[in-house]
Design a protein around this ligand. Sequence first.
Ligand SMILES: Cc1cc2nc3c(=O)[nH]c(=O)nc-3n(C[C@H](O)[C@H](O)[C@H](O)COP(=O)(O)OP(=O)(O)OC[C@H]3O[C@@H](n4cnc5c(N)ncnc54)[C@H](O)[C@@H]3O)c2cc1C
Length: 458
Amino acid sequence: MVQTAKVEKLKEGFKGEVILPKDGAYDEARKIWNAMIDKRPAIIARCANTQDVVRAVNFARDHSLLLAVRGGGHNIAGNALCDDGIVVDLSAMKSAKVDAARRRVVIEGGAKLGDLDAATQAHGLATPVGINSTTGLAGLTLGGGFGWLSRKYGLTVDNLESAELVTADGEVVRASAADHPDLFWALRGGGGNFGVVTRFEFQLHRVGPNVLSGLIVYPIAQAKSVLQQYRDFTAKASEELSVWTVLRLAPPLPFLPQDVHGKAVLILALLYAGDSKRGEAEIAPLRKFGKPVGEAVGVQPYTAWQQAFDPLLTPGARNYWKSHNFTALKDGLFDVAVKHVANLPTPQCEIFFGALGGAASRPAPDATAYPHRDAQYVMNFHGRWESADDDERCVAWSREFFNASAPFASGGAYVNFLTADETDRTAAAYGSNYKRLAEVKKKYDPANLFRVNQNIKP
Ligand SMILES: Cc1cc2nc3c(=O)[nH]c(=O)nc-3n(C[C@H](O)[C@H](O)[C@H](O)COP(=O)(O)OP(=O)(O)OC[C@H]3O[C@@H](n4cnc5c(N)ncnc54)[C@H](O)[C@@H]3O)c2cc1C
């Protein structure tokens, strides 16, 4: 337990909030996206600026406290929190400054994807991030980051120009291609292992503000044939076009006939990052993979599409995920997926295939710490439910699907999708870059202060 006198010392000059277990705000402050995580930190240091972060890091190190860093709090493994130690909480630090002429944004380390999109889209600009606006930018970026724009503009890390971070010795350091290049390399896929990032600077691209995007829905009976055609189609698609698939029970979406609601379906979700007329021509075949039961595709604000999945992925549910990377999709995998969607343990569970390739696959595996440039598809199965009584069967479903689909996977793993019990996959997540990452870790954090993450041992 941390002594009161010491906490008072932390509070001196601290501009943000120091939240303790006795405070009314404590229970809300220790909630994160995945309700499976129920950790009780001794101190939550909700920082207001970089100097608060320096103060909190120094405090943790000097008092040998376990330290966790919270960005958006979306990490499925619950690494935004720790038991007993201190949480350096950046959730109040989310301001953004866009330089439209130079196509750059500088944004603070607690921002969510929605904060970034809102700031950049005000200038008709964007950088590739994930598909759920409430995800934290920091955790997503530090693990790699991909979404609808990645085939055209690369991973989030491919667009990172520089980062300001507070290292284990409390120094404020700027990392870029010119300054601390080893650290800059490691930040682009090495997770939160090297310090607390207080500011990111990204390169921006002209996107929208309106983009062709939406959903085409097929009944599950046609799923295998649709998936086969999807595979052939995406192999030849332009880099402007991203099409992902979701297998799940149909939500009660207004464009779907009522008798489809609650039935297993395959959803093609797409975005075209270019001229909408050209996009319309390119997506036409997607409607002819079979007989769709409904569609909602149109030109809409990019920011609206970036929030389209938010209602399915609200915070507060219990979640257990499993994921695989694939260099190619095999028919056998489709059989496994269709079989498992027939016995989803709850209506909120779903199987997702994200399509990468294009600019996301061009850099060499050692160009950034994120190594999986060969991954053309990332499959993530979201085990998701409400009651703790369902934990066992929902976790079992995810694990069973994971094992059944493993023979078709590349063996690589996306660090941002790993659950708390997957420490045996950490090496696979950093892949061929692990050794170099360990050297950078040894240089910047030899005592492993930053270890509540998918940890790289110094
Ligand atoms: C609903 C949902 C949708 C998702 N969709 C996508 C997607 O489309 N694409 C994709 O690539 N990923 C996606 N993800 C995965 C996402 O990238 C990870 O969950 C990521 O860890 C979230 O970052 P965060 O800041 O919200 O997490 P947190 O839980 O706050 O942190 C995650 C990790 O990063 C560290 N960290 C956080 N902030 C900082 C910081 N400022 N400095 C240093 N370390 C820090 C933490 O210590 C922790 O180890 C999704 C996740 C969810 C829950």
